[in-house]
Ligand binder design. Structure first.
Ligand code: UD1
Length: 429
């Protein structure tokens, strides 16, 4: 298994190109199942999760072509995927595949909407809490599907098609909003989704469905209105930039000091995180090219933050912010309200010398003057990158084990950071 070796202490200076958003690319690929024509997705990040979903969709008989780079494309240009779901040969998503990536459960919506049936494995356990799928199933039931759970599988049927309905989510869920949106886009009549997730990735998927001839309104607000159409057609859509990758590198610069342009980043996708970073002492400026993050001289100030659904502070940046606050001049408090158990990074950050006290869903971080390099273990995607941020500022060498978690969500992380002066390398095996 690969490891990443980091020798901390260098400030970051230069440019980091921001890739397309993983959390938009995955549901967009799944939305390709909604049509028998070709969906072309541009700016798709090169990530293990994307390749994994390619395999999963292949299992349903979907052809996916990856277009090679064109002359003049820079090394970081995203890939273009052509998704051709003309023929769906299998409406079953087996355990072996779904258990590897939770988001693949979302195929249930387009399979059901287009084929009238789907058999999809329950995703199973996950390192960050129980993460059930009850909201997804309730939404599909509201649209008229018959749902049965049998031997770890969800069997969903709608032999006469889905019918528009009012869906009210008890709690904001990104995945369940994707499910409701995709299923409603091919249902008969109007669907109103209330307490919908407002995340930018939902907007991206809704915009893509509209480009495919769908009728979705209100995306980006808590109430989404979908008027179902009998069929959707092919389209071309470019994936929006990754706000979590953007926030992660912004925190890395705030941690190490320096001056970095995050090219292609969009400030409007992460205002809340940028406000927190400013409070912590980073200087952030927005330009046509992206976001510039600087911290020169001044130390890191402590912050108090609670994770919330968009537009609040994202749970997917919680671990990274915690890494940053380990070196603040004072005590920070971070409360996690989205996922229980999303504090696996605490123990590992402690190995670098961080002082963190956990009490239920709140972590109290007492800033220390210096961190010291150590061997640490990546546990999940966001936790692992928080260790990278910690190690970049720690004295001496850190070795991060189990980095396959990083490859799921961060494209060429070590290249992007070493181009800005970090001492970071991947060691194979
Ligand atoms: C998505 C993101 C993930 C992010 C999360 C929250 C993708 C691929 N993943 O995950 O990176 O951390 O949003 O922003 O986009 N819940 C239920 N029942 C359900 C569904 C969810 O109780 O049926 C709960 C979850 O346990 C959690 C909360 O709702 O406590 C939010 O989860 P949700 O927004 O659904 O997360 P995902 O869509 O899985």
């Amino acid at each position: 298994m690969d490891r990443i070796r980091i020798v901390g202490g260098n400030p970051l200076n230069g440019t980091i190109p921001i890739s397309g958003a993983k959390n938009a690319a995955l549901p967009l690929m799944i939305a390709g199942l909604l049509t028998d024509e070709k969906l072309v997705l541009e700016n798709v990040p090169r990530l293990a999760d994307v390749s994994q979903l390619q395999r999963i969709l292949g299992n349903h008989g979907i052809d996916i072509t990856v277009n090679g780079k064109r002359r003049g494309d820079d090394a970081y240009a995203g890939q273009t995927l052509e998704i051709d779901a003309r023929v769906i040969v299998d409406t079953t998503a087996p355990y072996e595949l779904v258990s590897k990536m939770r988001a693949s459960f979302w195929v249930i919506a387009p399979l059901l909407a287009r084929m009238g049936e789907a058999k999809v494995s329950l995703p199973g356990g996950c390192a960050i809490g129980t993460r059930p799928v009850d909201f997804h199933l309730d939404a599909l039931r509201a649209l008229g599907a018959e749902i049965e759970i049998d031997a770890g599988y969800v069997l969903a049927r709608a032999p006469k098609g889905l019918k528009g309905a009012r869906i009210v989510f008890p709690k904001v869920s990104v995945g369940a909003t994707h499910t409701a949106l995709m299923a409603a886009s091919l249902a008969d009549g109007e669907t109103i989704i209330e307490n919908a997730a407002r995340e930018p990735e939902i907007v991206d998927v809704a915009d893509c469905i509209n480009a495919m001839g769908g009728r979705v309104e209100g995306q980006g607000t808590s109430t989404i209105r979908v008027v179902g159409v009998p069929r959707l057609k092919g389209a071309r859509h470019s994936v929006l930039p990754d706000r979590i990758e953007t926030g992660t590198y912004a925190m890395a610069v705030a941690m190490t000091g320096g001056d970095v342009l995050l090219s292609g980043a969009r400030a409007d996708l992460l205002e809340s995180a940028l406000d927190t970073l400013r409070e912590a002492g980073a200087e952030i400026t927005v330009s046509n090219e992206g976001l510039r993050v600087k911290r020169n001289g001044a130390g890191i100030s402590p912050v108090t933050v609670t994770t919330e659904p968009f537009p609040g502070f994202p749970t997917d940046l919680q671990a990274q912010l915690m890494a940053l606050t380990t070196r603040a001049r004072g005590t920070s408090r971070i409360t996690e309200t989205i996922f229980e158990n999303r504090f696996m990074h605490v123990q590992e950050l402690a190995r670098l010398g961080a002082r963190i006290h956990l009490d239920g869903e709140t972590a109290t971080i007492e800033g220390v003057e210096r961190l010291k390099g150590a061997p640490v273990m990546a546990t999940d995607l966001r936790a692992s990158v928080s260790l990278v941020i910690g190690a970049l500022a720690a004295e001496g060498e850190s070795m991060i084990h189990r980095v396959y978690h990083l490859d799921r969500g961060f494209e060429r992380l070590e290249e992007k950071l070493s181009a800005c002066g970090a001492e970071i390398e991947r060691l194979a095996g």
